[in-house]
Structure formats: structure tokens, C-alpha cells
Design a protein around this ligand. Structure first.
Ligand code: SAM
Ligand code: SF4
Length: 330
């Protein structure tokens, strides 16, 4: 029986955070300063992750995405990918979300280890703005990573831009042009209240509809599928047949919780069933107490059953979760 929650949603997609640390300081995620990082000994080892992933896959998980913090800060990520790849073909897809800073160094090893897909963060195409948003002057380096990912045949290569009013909303059309020229899937994400600085407010959110209209005004778009299933993005192709794709992820203004198939494991081994959960299930503690496989399965099933129906960003009583994006694993 696949993992199913109390609202009859089947869980197929596991996001594993490899570390809460990051070499960037994107203002919408992790501000400057020295946060209190998870202690080294609390991080799940690759052996622990391999074991747990095997259990998740036996429970119907089909996609695993490695994320963070910045996952490539963790040493030897290709070794983990190789371990996870042994779970194929039941595991259908292994993906990575990275800021791209260190991707070039690991790209070939990741590919031969069995990584299927890569998503990069790309919040500006203007070097100074990129540096202002991320805290690091690294646009050229990230573009080189995207280029290499394409040449190595990771397909489709995706790039995420979190659009924040007054920061990069003037670049929507330029991003779309970039997607067309390079044949990549550009994803635009609404700013969510998951920033460590607690600076989020509704005025900073550029709605999915606004993004779509602005892009379609210059490059007419065609919706790929009227039913996106459990996908977070509305996907569009270019009406003139140009390569590339546009995706709009609008969790704030167009909630998609009803079809959610995702579950998360933090770097320190906590199961989170929603980005906005205020409670977690301590898998690490159980895992390190010599449990039987059945005890772990029971814990996972119980956590999934308690998955909340939806987030409450738009409720007046909404409380931002204690852990913010880089500490959860986006
Ligand atoms: N460090 C990697 C990266 O930046 O791609 C992986 C982790 S990052 C937390 C994963 C994704 O979360 C990125 O695409 C990032 O832009 C997105 N993200 C972070 N904070 C966000 C926020 N407050 N609202 C919306 N998306 C956010
Ligand atoms: Fe780091 Fe990714 Fe957060 Fe930027 S979005 S600070 S790269 S974890």
C-alpha cells in the first residue's frame, strides 16, 4: 500500500535536505549573520539516508530530491546519489536543487552516479542584482553550471527564480527570453513567508497571475496541461514554438495543497509533511535506537497520516513556522 494521508493524498515525492548550511545568503531565505546550524552529529549519515530512502521507496516514494541549505556543501554527494540509484527502477527519479555555485566541480560524478535532473536557483540575470539578492557575486559561475548541466544531458534543466516585488520583478520578460534562448524550463516562484529575516509581507508577493500576464504580453504562452496533478507548477510552452518552458508556482495566491504528494526529511532527521508544518516527527531519534524496520514504517505512516490539509498563509491567524526555508529543505 502506498503512503496515503487522511485526505486521501498519495505521497510519492520525498525531499531530503543534506545540510542546513549555505554558502549564499539569499535575502528571501537566509539573511546575513551566523545562524545556529544543526550540530554535525545530528545530520543523518549517507548510510542512514540510504536505509531510510529504501524504506520510503518500498512505501511508494517514486521521486527523491536532494536539497538544503546548499546540498553540494555536503562532502561526496555523488556517493549518496550512487547509493540512492540502487533503488531504481522502483525509484523513478533522483533530482537535485542547488544554487549552482559548486555544481561544475561535481557535475560529471553526479551524472555517472545516476542523478536524473537538476534545478538551479537563478534570481537575476544582472550580475550586480544577483550579488545583491544572494550575497555572492556568482552569476557567471551559476550560468556556467546551467550550461554544463545541459551539455551533460540533464533534461530538462530547470531554473527557479523567486520573484520579489521591487527586487527582480522587472526581469520577468528577460528570464523568459533566457528560457527561450537556452531551451531551459524557467520556474517563477511566489515569495513565501519562510524567510529567516521575517521580512515577508503581502506587498512583496508578485502573484502568479501577474507574472504570467507580464510574460504572455510579450511572449504568448500555451498552457501545457489543464490538470497539473500533484505538480506545483502551471507549465507553459511558447506559442511560437520556441524551445524552453515557463512554470508558475503560486503557493500563496493559488494554493495547491489539495493535490500535494510531498513529504520532507530535514538534514537532522525530522519528517515534515508540509513546508508550513509547526510540528515534526523525530525520525533520527528512532533510527538511532536500533528499531525494527516495522517500527520505522509505523512512524512514517503515522507522520503521513497527520499531514495537514493545507497551509494557512492566507488565514489571519497564520504563524510562520520556526524553521525557515534553508533549515527545512526547499
Ligand atoms: N540552496 C539550493 C537552492 O537555492 O537552489 C537549495 C535549497 S533552496 C531553500 C530551494 C528553493 O527554495 C530555491 O529555489 C529557493 O529559491 C527557494 N526559496 C527559498 N526561500 C524561499 C521563499 N521564502 N519563498 C519561496 N521560495 C523560496
Ligand atoms: Fe542558500 Fe538556497 Fe537559501 Fe539561497 S535559497 S540562501 S542558495 S538555501
Amino acid at each position: 500500500m502506498p503512503l496515503t494521508d487522511a485526505y486521501n493524498r498519495t505521497i510519492r515525492d520525498l525531499r531530503i535536505s543534506l545540510t542546513d548550511r549555505c554558502n549564499f545568503r539569499c535575502f528571501y531565505c537566509l539573511p546575513h549573520g551566523e545562524p545556529s546550524w544543526a550540530k554535525r552529529e545530528t545530520l543523518l549519515s549517507f548510510e542512514e539516508l540510504e536505509y531510510i530512502a529504501g524504506i520510503f521507496v518500498s512505501l511508494g516514494i517514486e521521486k527523491i530530491r536532494l536539497t538544503g541549505g546548499e546540498p553540494l556543501i555536503r562532502r561526496d554527494v555523488p556517493v549518496l546519489v550512487e547509493k540512492l540509484a540502487r533503488l531504481k527502477p522502483r525509484l523513478k527519479d533522483i533530482a537535485l536543487t542547488t544554487n549552482g555555485y559548486d555544481f561544475v566541480r561535481h557535475a560529471e560524478a553526479l551524472k555517472s552516479a545516476g542523478l536524473d535532473r537538476v534545478t538551479f536557483s537563478l534570481d537575476s540575470l544582472v550580475p550586480e542584482k544577483f550579488a545583491k539578492i544572494t550575497g555572492v557575486d556568482a552569476l557567471e559561475r551559476v550560468l556556467a553550471s546551467i550550461d554544463l548541466a545541459q551539455r551533460l544531458g540533464f533534461a530538462p534543466v530547470k531554473a527557479n527564480a523567486v520573484i520579489v516585488r521591487g527586487h527582480n520583478d522587472d526581469e520577468l520578460v528577460d528570464f523568459a527570453r533566457f528560457a527561450r534562448e537556452y531551451g531551459i524550463a524557467m520556474r517563477f516562484i511566489e515569495f513565501m513567508p519562510l524567510d529567516s529575516g521575517h521580512d515577508w509581507n503581502r506587498e512583496l508577493v508578485v502573484s502568479g497571475r501577474e507574472m504570467r500576464e507580464e510574460i504572455a504580453g510579450i511572449f504568448p504562452l500555451i498552457l501545457k496541461e489543464a490538470n497539473r496533478g500533484s505538480e506545483t507548477a502551471w507549465k507553459y510552452t511558447f506559442a511560437d514554438g520556441s524551445p524552453g518552458e515557463i512554470g508558475i508556482i503560486a503557493p500563496v495566491t493559488e494554493m495547491f495543497c489539495g493535490q500535494c504528494s510531498r513529504i520532507r526529511l530535514t538534514a537532522d532527521g525530522q519528517i515534515r509533511t508540509c513546508l508550513f508544518s509547526t510540528t515534526e516527527t523525530n525520525l533520527r531519534e528512532v533510527l538511532r535506537s536500533s528499531p525494527t524496520r516495522e517500527q520505522i514504517v509505523e512512524l512514517i505512516e503515522k507522520a503521513v497520516l497527520a499531514k495537514q490539509r493545507s497551509h494557512h498563509i492566507n488565514d489571519p491567524e497564520f504563524v510562520q513556522p520556526e524553521r525557515t526555508m534553508s533549515f527545512i529543505g526547499g
